[in-house]
Design a protein around this ligand. Structure first.
Ligand code: COA
Length: 254
């Protein structure tokens, strides 16, 4: 069975991350499936809204660390960048339901969503520096623009996690709910949008976001090239190996 479940009903396409034994971390093949699902939903007349969700205990633990070591993304064609581009360019409403940890891309993908709902157990983190790498998904532009510079520096330089309440306060999250109620609530919000006049919804999203697109595409490319390069360097190698060996990384001299 695939680790990505896709279900379309009443014009709402729901994409569920379902690799619970590895905390919904994403491999290159999962990114490929996600990219395909988004592009298919973008072009399908049967889809008016897309929902991204995990389970009640975990949203997404970021990039699969083993896969980062074995299949590091080394060009803009890599499936992770295909997914991020599909997300950035998705013209229909994107909703996310987040419970439990949302690490790395698990958090950065949310900055591309139009509405984000969190369980009260949600924990967001972007520990790129702790992994010897750099931000992705245009998060180096989007995080400060949503959260303000100092809070972005705390999240991106120190890599400090923040909870649902803080995410609500900074404007990353629209509403907090009990985890057991979250996915059903998100479906109700999606259904509301699916029943609104499509052209009004699409044009409003385009007007809200469209003018930022070229700038974000450019930043995403810059970040992707840097990330591909940094993954081959000693700091990232040490951090990724340390995660595998369940120990603290040693960055002395790096
Ligand atoms: N890549 C690969 N495997 C991962 C993973 C990842 N990003 N995140 C979790 N896993 C695996 C663990 O290695 C563990 O596998 P095992 O049972 O074979 O030992 C399993 O998922 C459960 O993870 P565990 O750490 O025991 O769960 P937890 O509830 O204590 O913590 C997280 C959950 C998400 C907070 C923690 O796993 C974590 O920090 N993961 C790494 C996140 C990360 O750095 N991602 C990269 C961002 S770019």
């Amino acid at each position: 069975m695939s680790d990505i479940l896709i279900h379309t009903e009443a014009s709402v396409c729901t994409v569920t991350l379902a690799r619970l034994d590895k905390k919904n971390s994403l491999t290159s093949s999962m990114y490929g499936e996600l990219a395909q699902a988004l592009r298919a939903a973008q072009h399908s007349a049967d889809v008016r809204v897309l929902v991204l969700q995990g389970s009640e205990t975990v949203f997404c633990a970021g990039n699969d660390i083993d896969d980062f070591i074995q299949n590091p993304p080394d060009s803009l064609e890599a499936s992770v960048f295909q997914f991020l581009n599909a997300l950035l360019e998705f013209p229909k409403p994107l909703l996310a339901g987040v419970c439990g940890p949302a690490v790395g891309v698990g958090t950065t993908m949310l900055f591309h969503c139009d509405l984000v709902y969190a369980g009260d157990n949600a924990v967001f983190s972007m520990p790129f520096v702790n992994l010897g790498i750099c931000p992705e998904a245009a998060s180096s532009l989007l995080v400060p623009s949503v959260m303000g510079y100092q809070r972005a520096a705390q999240a991106l330089l120190l890599g400090e996690p923040f909870m649902a309440e803080a995410a609500l306060e900074v404007g990353l999250v629209n509403q907090i709910l009990p985890p057991t109620e979250l996915n059903a609530f998100v479906q109700r919000q999606a259904a509301k949008l699916a029943n609104k006049p499509l052209k009004s919804v699409l044009e409003t999203k385009r007007l809200l976001r469209g003018h930022h697109l070229p700038v974000l595409q450019k930043r995403m490319r810059e970040e992707a090239q840097l990330l591909a390069h940094m993954l081959k360097e000693p700091a990232a190698k040490e951090a990724l190996q340390a995660f595998k060996e369940k120990r603290k990384p040693n960055f002395a001299g790096l």
